[in-house]
Design a protein around this ligand. Sequence first.
Ligand SMILES: C[S@@+](CC[C@H](N)C(=O)[O-])C[C@H]1O[C@@H](n2cnc3c(N)ncnc32)[C@H](O)[C@@H]1O
Length: 207
Amino acid sequence: MTTGFGDERLLFPATERNRVPIGDVLADQLPSTGLILEIASGSGEHGVTFQKRFPDLIWQCSDPDPEHCRSIDAWIRHEQLTQTMPPALQMDVRDANLAKQLGAPAQAVVAINLLHISAWECSVALLAQAATLLPSGGKLCIYGPFSVDGRHVSDSNRSFDASLRQRDPTWGVRDQTVVLQEAGAAGFTLQDITLMPANNRMISWVR
Ligand SMILES: C[S@@+](CC[C@H](N)C(=O)[O-])C[C@H]1O[C@@H](n2cnc3c(N)ncnc32)[C@H](O)[C@@H]1O
């Protein structure tokens, strides 16, 4: 959705609702300084919110969609963050040269609402990329809806899952148990699972 302000900023309605609770969890999980790579930044509203909330971090947004990258850059300009926040990287989590594109070591990787709105191979790629990009002690934080042991945690998540799969058969709510297994295999140690509003979860690992 465009803002109607005459520039390229997009508004994602869910972002308005979830940025404060997500920021509260990130405040506990992220390091106090360093470069944070956000994969699948979407409109960029989360990115500018977190850059302002955590001014000692460098928040690097990324997204494969050029319209989203233009929106991220427009939000950075609108919030007058061009001196502190780098422009969006047009980046697909499956890109082979992600580390080269990033150009500097990241201390954390954050992905919000990506796993269910992309093919499972993107979830696997995210874990593999984060394992490659992050040093020992680096953090990985993934937010979204998850089922647990093959069971949806709410009726609304069940309907959401069905609607996602109808839109694209490769999409769907991922199972926490399976994601934890994949993350463990990729070299991550589970740190925290935080239950979030609207039946979402933030899962955090350390490399
Ligand atoms: C539901 S939106 C979430 C955006 C933002 N994180 C938020 O919560 O508002 C999903 C985003 O995932 C991005 N995406 C889809 N496939 C991707 C991929 N293979 N690699 C990286 N990002 C991807 C889309 O372009 C879109 O911006």
